[in-house]
Design a protein around this ligand. Sequence first.
Ligand SMILES: Nc1ncnc2c1ncn2[C@@H]1O[C@H](COP(=O)(O)OP(=O)(O)O)[C@@H](O)[C@H]1O
Ligand SMILES: [Mg+2]
Length: 260
Amino acid sequence: MSEVISVANQKGGVGKTTTAVNLAASLAEEGKRVLLIDVDPQSNATTNLGFSRNDYEFNIYHVLIGSKRIEEVILKTAVKRLHLAPSNIGLVGIEKEFYGNRKQNRETILRKAIADIREKYDFIIIDSPPALGPITINALSASDSVIIPIQCEFFALEGLAQLLNTVSLLRKTINPNLKIKGFLPTMYTSQNNLSKQVLADLEHHFRDKLFTHDKNDFIVVPRNVKVAESPSFGQPVIHYASGSKGSKAYKALAEAILRS
Ligand SMILES: Nc1ncnc2c1ncn2[C@@H]1O[C@H](COP(=O)(O)OP(=O)(O)O)[C@@H](O)[C@H]1O
Ligand SMILES: [Mg+2]
């Protein structure tokens, strides 16, 4: 039975897609069978893995409206053992559909869609959009746990209470087993006091929810130019620049998850 992990934070630009893509690729590199599901209409995870709009006809939108089964939209990627359920800008229209016809059970459409394919994968990673709307609710409802990337910048923790409330609300209703897998500090700059402060705040509030290396120090994703460059080459950073600091951080994250 696979483990389903969402990467979520309603803020944009905090490192969700980078984390989803590189965690998925790192787990695949560790020998695991992995499916990455892109449910962000911006389709950045899909593009990050080297696909453009013309490479596929159907996408997760068709799955969510019920016109395709998820097996019918899944693509093999250039990364061995990593499959992708791609997204497309057409997904923007889904909110209307969710709120329109299918009022009942609209939060669990994705969960039902993946039920039949769960045993084919060791991990299913879901990259969610920068909002707490119906798409993210579907992602969280379908998940065993959630990773929350926190950008080490000013206002890093702003909005976090809202996200944590949503998680606890889902726990009381449709997904009692939903766990917080952990907080992942991203774009960390060691020379920057603000970065240190954000990490200290996270440590103060959520010490046991920070990922750790073997030796127990916290895993942080450094701000790293190779990470920023890799999407334009259609590759995860762990392949584009496997020796880079960004790559090492994501490999450490995968190892921490495999240890847990
Ligand atoms: N560790 C990092 N170092 C440098 N740039 C990063 C890093 N993580 C993400 N980025 C860049 O920051 C931008 C936002 O990251 P992204 O993962 O797309 O965030 P989100 O999915 O939360 O919107 C992207 O251009 C990405 O390449
Ligand atoms: Mg994104």
